[in-house]
Design a protein around this ligand. Structure first.
Ligand code: 5AD
Ligand code: SF4
Length: 436
C-alpha cells in the first residue's frame, strides 16, 4: 500500500469523525497518504451514517457522483461506517461501483482489504466485535484546528431505543481502557491542544476496571487545568449525581450538558423505550441546576414518532418551555429498517404533520435561545479562541465553558488563547462581545 493516496469523506456524528482519524492512523501505518481531493486519490473511503433515511440518500447521491470519475480512470470506492454495517454486501449490489464495504469494528483490516480490492476482489467485512475499542491506535488529527480534539472512550450501544438503528450498526457497548484515554489526552495537551471531547453513544454507562465515567472525567481533567474537557452524549436515565458533582468540582470540565429528550410525552417515551418519564427528566434537569447553576443544557428531539398525537406534541413543546434549552438538534422521525419501531409500530403520522410539528418546535426553540442569549449580555466569560470569524477578518470567535460561540474584535488575541470577553449583544445563535 506504500504511496497509495486515500481520500476520506466523513458523514454523521462526532464518533464517525473520530473513527476517520483512527482509519487515517491505520492507513498511514502501511504507507498510505491521505489526500485532499478525489482527483488525486487511488482510493476514496466514505465513512457513512444511517441514522435517518436522508443521511443514506445523501450517500447514494455521492456514490453516483463518483461514478463519473470512475468512468475516466481507475478509482476504488469503499463504504465504511454505519450504512456499510446496515446494508453489508447488499450495498455493492445496489451500487456496483463500490468495491469494498467495511463496518465500524473492522477498520484494522482495511490495509489487507484494500490490497485485495486492487487485485480485483470485492470485499464486505462487517463483523461486529464485543471488544474492539482501537485503544492502542493514536488517531491522526488532520482536519482539526489544533485546539480541540475528540477522544473516543467507548463504542456501541445497547439501549435499543425503538427508533434507533445504532445498536444494529455499532454493536454491543464496550468501554475503552481508561489509561489509554488519559494518555491520549496528555499527548494532545503536550501537542498544544486546549480542549478534548470524550465521545460515546451513552457515556454515563462507561465502566472500565471499576473506573466510572465520573472518575474518568476527573482523571482527564487532572491532565492540566489548561485543558478543557467536554463529553457527549448522555442518556437521561443514567445521569448520576456523582457525575454532576465531578463536573461542578473541576473548573476545566465544561459546564454544558447534552441531554436528549426525544419527546416530552410519557406515552411516547414509553413507546420509544427511553426508560424514563418526563418527571424523571425534569428531576435530572433540577439536579443539573442544583450542582451547576451556570450550566447550559442542550437536547435532541424527534417530531412525529409512531402514534404521536397532538397532545404528545404539545407536551414536547411544554417541556421545551420548561427547560429552556440553549440549543437543540431537532428531527423529523424517519423509520429505520430492523428497529423495534419498524417491526412493531406504524409510521402513521403524515409527513406534512411531522413537518408542521417540527417547524413549531424549531420556532419555539429559536425564541428560547434568543431569550437565553439576551440574559448573557453584560456577563464576562473565559473564552477559548478557535479562529477568525467567518464574517470578518477583524474578528475572532471562540467558545465559553457553556459551549456558546462568542465573536469579538481580535485585539492581540490569537487562536488557542484563553481570553476574557464581556458579552455586549447577541443573536439567537451567537454572542457578540469585547475583550476585557
Ligand atoms: N428518526 C429521526 N431521528 C432520529 N434520531 C435517532 N434515530 C432517529 C430516527 N429514526 C435522532 C435522535 C438522536 C439523534 C442522534 O438522532 O434524536 O438523539
Ligand atoms: Fe450516524 Fe448514529 Fe452511526 Fe453516528 S452512530 S454515524 S449518528 S448512525
Amino acid at each position: 500500500m506504500t504511496g497509495k493516496k486515500v481520500y476520506i469523506e466523513t458523514y454523521g456524528c462526532q464518533m464517525n469523525f473520530a473513527d476517520s482519524e483512527v482509519i487515517t492512523s491505520i492507513l498511514n501505518g502501511v504507507g498510505c497518504e491521505r489526500c485532499d481531493s478525489v482527483e488525486e486519490a487511488d482510493y476514496v473511503l466514505i465513512n457513512t451514517c444511517a441514522i435517518r433515511d436522508n443521511a443514506e440518500q445523501r450517500i447514494h447521491h455521492r456514490l453516483r457522483d463518483l461514478r463519473a470519475v470512475q468512468q475516466r480512470r481507475r478509482l476504488y470506492v469503499g463504504v465504511l461506517g454505519c450504512m456499510a454495517e446496515r446494508l453489508k454486501q447488499r450495498l455493492m449490489v445496489e451500487e456496483d461501483n463500490v468495491s469494498f464495504v467495511v463496518g465500524p469494528d473492522a477498520y484494522r483490516r482495511l490495509p489487507e482489504i484494500m490490497t485485495r480490492v486492487a487485485e480485483g476482489v470485492k470485499v464486505a467485512e462487517t463483523e461486529l466485535s464485543e471488544s474492539e475499542t482501537y485503544a492502542d491506535i493514536v488517531p491522526v488529527r488532520l482536519d482539526g484546528n489544533g485546539i480541540s480534539a475528540y477522544i473516543s472512550i467507548m463504542r456501541g450501544c445497547q439501549n435499543y431505543c425503538a427508533y434507533c438503528v445504532v445498536p444494529y450498526t455499532r454493536g454491543r457497548e464496550r468501554s475503552r481502557d481508561a489509561e489509554s484515554i488519559v494518555r491520549e489526552a496528555r499527548g494532545l495537551y503536550e501537542a498544544g491542544y486546549k480542549e478534548v471531547t470524550l465521545l460515546g453513544q451513552n457515556v454515563n454507562s462507561y465502566r472500565w476496571n471499576g473506573v466510572s465515567f465520573a472518575q474518568l472525567m476527573a482523571m482527564v481533567a487532572e491532565v492540566s487545568p489548561q485543558l478543557r474537557v467536554r463529553f457527549a452524549t448522555s442518556h437521561p436515565k443514567d445521569l448520576s449525581d456523582e457525575l454532576l458533582a465531578t463536573m461542578a468540582a473541576y473548573p476545566n470540565i465544561c459546564k454544558c450538558i447534552h441531554l436528549p429528550l426525544q419527546s416530552g410525552s410519557n406515552r411516547m417515551l414509553k413507546l420509544m423505550n427511553r426508560r424514563y418519564t418526563a418527571e424523571w427528566y425534569m428531576d435530572r434537569i433540577a439536579a443539573v441546576r442544583r450542582f451547576m447553576p451556570n450550566c447550559s443544557i442542550t437536547t435532541d428531539v424527534i417530531a412525529g414518532f409512531c402514534g404521536e398525537e397532538e397532545a404528545d406534541h404539545q407536551a414536547t413543546l411544554e417541556m421545551f418551555r420548561e427547560v429552556g434549552y440553549d440549543y437543540a438538534y431537532m428531527f423529523k422521525f424517519s423509520m429505520r429498517p430492523d428497529t423495534y419501531a419498524a417491526k412493531h409500530l406504524k409510521d402513521d403520522v403524515p409527513d406534512e404533520v411531522k413537518g408542521r410539528r417540527l417547524e413549531e418546535i424549531i420556532k419555539l426553540q429559536g425564541e428560547i435561545a434568543l431569550e437565553n442569549n439576551r440574559r448573557e449580555v453584560g456577563k464576562i466569560y473565559e473564552v477559548l479562541v478557535e479562529g477568525t470569524s467567518h464574517r470578518s477578518k477583524e474578528q475572532l470567535f471562540g467558545r465559553n465553558s457553556q459551549n456558546k460561540v462568542i465573536v469579538f474584535d481580535r485585539g492581540d488575541a490569537k487562536a488557542g488563547d484563553y481570553v476574557m470577553v464581556e458579552v455586549t449583544d447577541c443573536t439567537a445563535a451567537t454572542l457578540i462581545g469585547r475583550l476585557v
